[in-house]
Each structure stands twice: as structure tokens, then as C-alpha cells.
Ligand binder design. Structure first.
Ligand code: DLL
Length: 441
């Protein structure tokens, strides 16, 4: 389907307010926030006292930098409800991070928190040309993960018809996408690719379906992968960002211009900091994203270090929204790999892979130690149309990819080309890097 004209804005008064008014609103909310967390959450009283800062010291937005940071470990130490700022009777929902790498972080929501969250996601929907006439297929996982219920809540708030599919049963996803005239798919980029592939196998042409948009997030997606999904499904793909600690999907989202993600600045203050000095970097420069929540009642956070790397895009967006835009996430401070001394992010490897039309966008990088050195094996698949039994072409493809990785990223990788559909398909976030090195860097 062709791109749909956007339905103006979901909350025009907020989304297009002048910077001056927005900053005044942010300051008012920030001052109320610091007073509230100081009074209600012992962790914040202690950490403000330790940093020698009092809520009364916050007189301007620039004073934000006087406040101490919050990190994931602080949330873990407070497990389960130690950072809640409201009595349990006011908590209507709880979500958790997966907890695969330690104690889960727990985040609670009041009714008002759910409404504010729904508004953020609804803004993304309007930006993607959806509204009360749209049918949404939510194929993010439902459960403690914020993807499914977050998108669901936003869809209902925007007045859409919501199909709560969750992940899995991919043939059925395709069938209902067609039968129910779905307008918009909400899932991870890897699951969107998976759905497109299954649709093709089942003999459908998604281009003939009415679907016109995908609101895809929860994991990195390069520009090339976005283009691939758009082309395979005949839709427009809009990036959506969020994290369970801060709220869930909708902290920032792309508009119809598809150029950077508008941060919901009425609800969050974004800072981009140099991860080493922890000082703010100028707009346009990359750094670690830090958020302060301005409206959250149950689980407010002051200067939460996300470890995600992005930058503020300089200049105004043509869409008329005044919220500043962050660039797509380039990686995480903790997912940068050091391969034989060379720093590389998974997203850079993905860019190289996707530039080869003979190779499918699924891949796995397996890191091991050989002797004292890192060994990297990159498994990629050819697309189904590629003549897999033509050894010469296969060899050339392998050499070309190895060469591209060496020349563009300075990394030596042992490329293994495997047959189509051998790499496990993701239904949620894809696991691309398998690091089995003995001494993790
Ligand atoms: O992934 C929330 C979410 C659900 C966002 C659905 C968008 C859509 P967590 O499981 O807590 O929450 O993971 C958060 O995922 O710190 C980023 O590293 C990564 N991430 C989220 N969105 C994007 C995105 C959800 N659009 C972590 N691009 C974050 C790149 C993303 N990475």
C-alpha cells in the first residue's frame, strides 16, 4: 500500500508547543519531581544528600546536571518495590525487564502513568498515519515485557481496533493480517522480517494487503534493514524506542518524515552525555542517552543512564512537531565488541551484510578464543533465489563479504555461508551475537 497521509497530530497543543513553553513546563515538572522523589523514596533522599544537592537548588533546567545519576544496579538493589513513590493501592500494573543478566528491574504504573504512556504510543500511531479507523496487529510479546501491553494500551487510546496477537504462530499472523485488513504491524524488526518470509512461503503477496505501516522497535535496525522490510512488505517503517525502566515503547518515536525519533519531551528530559566524563555533549554529537521522567507517579527516575548510544539531531523537523529528535540507536555502551583490539558495534556488521543483495538479513556472529586471540565466525544465509550449489559464486560471495568487513570495519571475520532458513528466526528480539570468549573484554 502507498504511504498514508498522516492524521495531523494526536495532541497538537503538546506536540507543537513552542520551545519556550515546553521548557517552562519541563522546569515546573522537574522541580515537582525532585521534591516528590526526595520526600517519598529513601534511595533518592540518600543519593541527593550524598551529592550535597537539595530539591530547592533546582532553579533552572541547567541545574539538572547537579543531580546524581540512577543506574540499573540501583533499581536491582531496590528489588522489588523499593523505588515506588506511591502506596501499593495506587499501583495498577507492574512490568519487569527480562532479568536474564541479573535481578529483574521492576517498574510500577498508576492509572495516570498508563494514560500518559498510552498518549506517547498514540502519538507514534498518528505519526505513522494511523488513527481511529486503523486496525493494529500487535506482535510484540505480551507479558512482563512492555512491548505487547504498551502498544496495546496506545492503540486503544488512539481509538484503533487492536488485535492482541503477541508473538508466535506466524502463519496465523499472516492470515489474520490479510483477513482483518490490518493497517499497521507493531513488532520487532526481526519479527517483521520473519513474518514477511512466512507470508511469501505461504504464497501471499503482502503488497496486496491494505497494511501500510510498521511501528517497529525494541532492537536496533539499520537503515538498510528498514529499507528491506519496507520493500518486502510494501509498508513504511517507523522506529519506536523505549525501555522498561523508563516507561516502555514510546519514549521516542518517528513521525511521517522518518528522520529521527521525537522524544516525548513533555514527559521526559533527554540528555546526551560523554560516557567517560559524564558531561553533556553538544547537539549532533554521539553519547550515552540519559532520561529523567517528568510525569511518572509510581516509578519516577532521575537521570537514568540507559547505556544506549544516540545523538540529538540538529534542527527542526518539517512535520511541525517541536520535540527534539534523537537519532536511531547506534548501539549500547555495553554491546561494543573489541575484536583483536578493534572496536565494533553489531549494527556496523549488519550494515555490511545488508548491502549484499545475495545475503538474507539474518545473521549470527560467534566469538570464541583460539589460542590467545579472538576468533569471529559470521554465519550468514543466502537468499532463497541464490544458486546455492554453484560453489564458485558461493566462494566469491564469501570473499567479497570478508573483504568488505576488513576494509570498512578493519575486522578479520571467518564468513560461513549457510543454506536459506538455517539461522534461527526471532519472534522477539533477535540474538545476533554469541560471545563464548574466555576472557570477555
Ligand atoms: O524493548 C521496550 C520497547 C518495546 C521499545 C517495543 C520499543 C518497542 P526493554 O526490553 O527494557 O524495553 O529493552 C530496552 O532495547 O535500552 C535499547 O537498547 C533497546 N531498544 C529499544 N528500542 C529500540 C530501538 C523495550 N528502537 C532496550 N532501536 C533499550 C534500538 C532499541 N534499540
Amino acid at each position: 500500500m502507498a504511504r498514508k497521509e498522516p492524521l495531523v497530530y494526536y495532541q497538537p497543543d503538546i506536540e507543537t508547543m513552542s520551545r519556550e513553553d515546553l521548557e517552562a513546563l519541563q522546569l515546573e515538572r522537574l522541580q515537582a519531581l525532585v521534591k516528590r522523589v526526595y520526600r517519598k523514596i529513601p534511595f533518592y533522599k540518600e543519593s541527593f544528600d550524598k551529592a550535597g544537592v537539595n530539591p530547592e537548588d533546582i532553579k533552572s533546567l541547567a541545574d539538572l546536571t547537579k543531580l546524581p545519576f540512577t543506574v540499573k544496579q540501583d533499581m536491582r538493589d531496590a528489588y522489588p518495590f523499593g523505588l515506588f513513590a506511591v502506596p501499593r493501592k495506587d499501583v495498577v500494573r507492574v512490568h519487569c525487564s527480562s532479568g536474564t543478566t541479573g535481578t529483574a528491574t521492576v517498574v510500577g504504573y498508576t492509572q495516570k502513568d498508563l494514560e500518559n504512556w498510552g498518549d506517547c504510543f498514540a502519538r507514534a500511531l498518528y505519526g505513522a498515519g494511523c488513527g481511529p479507523d486503523s486496525t493494529l496487529q500487535i506482535a510484540y510479546g505480551y507479558g512482563l515485557f512492555t512491548g505487547g501491553l504498551g502498544a496495546h494500551n496506545g492503540g486503544e487510546r488512539a481509538g484503533c481496533t487492536v488485535l492482541p496477537m503477541s508473538t508466535g504462530n506466524t502463519k496465523r499472523q499472516v492470515r489474520l493480517m490479510k483477513d482483518f485488513d490490518v493497517d499497521c504491524l507493531c513488532c520487532t524488526p526481526s519479527y517483521a522480517l520473519n513474518i514477511a518470509e512466512v507470508a511469501q512461503e505461504e504464497g501471499y503477496d503482502i503488497h496486496e494487503f491494505p497494511i501500510h505501516a510498521g511501528i517497529l522497535g525494541a532492537e536496533p535496525c539499520s537503515e538498510a534493514t528498514r529499507a528491506e522490510i519496507e520493500q518486502k512488505m510494501g509498508i513504511q517503517v517507523y522506529d519506536i524506542y523505549g525501555l522498561s525502566e523508563v516507561m516502555g515503547p514510546g519514549v521516542a518515536c518517528e513521525c511521517e518524515k522518518q528522520h529521527g525519533l521525537h522524544v516525548c519531551e513533555d514527559q521526559f528530559i533527554i540528555e546526551i552525555l560523554d560516557p567517560k566524563t559524564l558531561q553533556p555533549v553538544p547537539d549532533g554529537e554521539w553519547g550515552e542517552v540519559v532520561f529523567t521522567t517528568l510525569c511518572k507517579e509510581c516509578s519516577p527516575l532521575v537521570r537514568y543512564r540507559t547505556r544506549d548510544i544516540s545523538r540529538i539531531l540538529v534542527g527542526e523537523c518539517e512535520c511541525g512537531r517541536t520535540f527534539r529528535r534523537m537519532d536511531r540507536i547506534a548501539g549500547r555502551t555495553d554491546d561494543m565488541m573489541i575484536l583483536r583490539g578493534v572496536n565494533v558495534f553489531p549494527s556496523q556488521i549488519e550494515e555490511e551484510i545488508v548491502s549484499f543483495p545475495e545475503i538474507a538479513p539474518q545473521y549470527q556472529l560467534i566469538l570464541t578464543t583460539k589460542g590467545t586471540l579472538d576468533h569471529a565466525e559470521l554465519r550468514v544465509e543466502t537468499v532463497p533465489e541464490f544458486p546455492f550449489d554453484e560453489i564458485r559464486r558461493l566462494e566469491k560471495l564469501k570473499k567479497d563479504l570478508q573483504k568488505a568487513l576488513k576494509e570498512n570495519l578493519q575486522i578479520a571475520v571467518d564468513v560461513k555461508i549457510v543454506e536459506p532458513k538455517t539461522i534461527e528466526r526471532a519472534e522477539s528480539k533477535a540474538k545476533r551475537i554469541i560471545d563464548m570468549r574466555e576472557n570477555l573484554h
